[in-house]
Design a protein around this ligand. Sequence first.
Ligand code: ZN
Length: 429
Amino acid sequence: MDFLQRLARFLDRPLFPWKKLILGFSVGQYLFETFLTLRQYRILQKTQPPAVLSKEISKETFDKSQAYGRAKAQFEIVSGLWAQVQNVAFIQYDVLPKLWSWTGDLLLRLAPARFSGEVSHSILFVLSFIVIQQILSLPTRVYSTFVLEEKFGFNKQTPKLFIMDMIKTNLLTVALMPPILAAFLKIIQKTGNQFVFYLWVFAAGLQLFTITAYPIFIQPLFNKLSPLEKGELKNKVEELASSHKFPLQELFVIDGSKRSAHSNAYFFGLPWKKHIVIYDTLIEKTETNEIIAILAHELGHWKLGHTTRLFGIAQYPIIIGFILFSDALSPMDTVIKLLLNILSRKYEFEADGFAKALGFRSELASSLIKLHAQNLSTMDADWVYASYHFSHPHLSERLKALDWKAKEALTSEDKDKKGSATATGRDGL
Ligand SMILES: [Zn+2]
């Protein structure tokens, strides 16, 4: 608390060159991220898969995943530039202060007197800001869905579904944002010096509420969850869950195929009552044992306490961001993102290790390979780019950590030679 007060006092000086500082941070961050993307682009131009994958991934799939990666990298640079132009214009032309006074005038003129306070003003301000951002980000969202994802065969959304999603999201924002923001502001107003603590409690409560309410009230607006049919898969998942005392309440299949051909599986729910959700696309494209291996990995996250710890850590930046609501702290964002990703990658290796220890090494490896091939995910990465952007280790790193050896027989004559070369020389790429 003391630190925040001192920081606020330090920053609150009229002659401080605010604009220049913020512009500098903002442009600096874009240049840094573009530099990373260009480094990654070099890796995406390789024509041979990493050695550990050479037996598993066909040349055709590898080429396609590289092309997808390059298309996404180009998109990142252009959409980043667009966001950068907006940001610089916003700062240079004082868009936010103007929006603040404009929304204030609007309230004074149109709303009854009891809505002229700081809370109503803040709500109107944030809502207008969200509308502006949505309009400005529309071109990149449309391009990403209907051009980029479409080109590589992943988009399953129709324009109608896209528009419906947008309408629903906006209605939800209008319904949920005002009470939450009002509560935040009231807490800051009423709790004096200890407001950080109370905000933390509020944010934790809000997150618990979201976890409980989201699947019941919000998710059905967008997706259909149906109970998994009886059968081998269901039996095996239940067996896995009960052997680790995982509090499995319900098993669902989600119609992810409605929007995208990408596939996945995840858990949700309260600590004592959890649900497992499997994408219909995953069931379609992988075998039962491979799905079990993926769930064993997820179970590892739970068993090793990863989710709880990340949940606790992720609270602080959200609150600090909310209080200071300022671009001046974007370098701190960058550092937090970097640290969280390092921690998250460590957890991914641990969860893989957990699944491996349960005897799912080859199933996990083959499911990872299949998922990466189907999703055309990046299979190799520049280490600086990966350190900054990736919450998961990339495929070759994970296969190496699993100590995975290619299934297919190596060519007959120099079998031994090649075998030893693979064992020692896999770090070549
Ligand atoms: Zn994981």
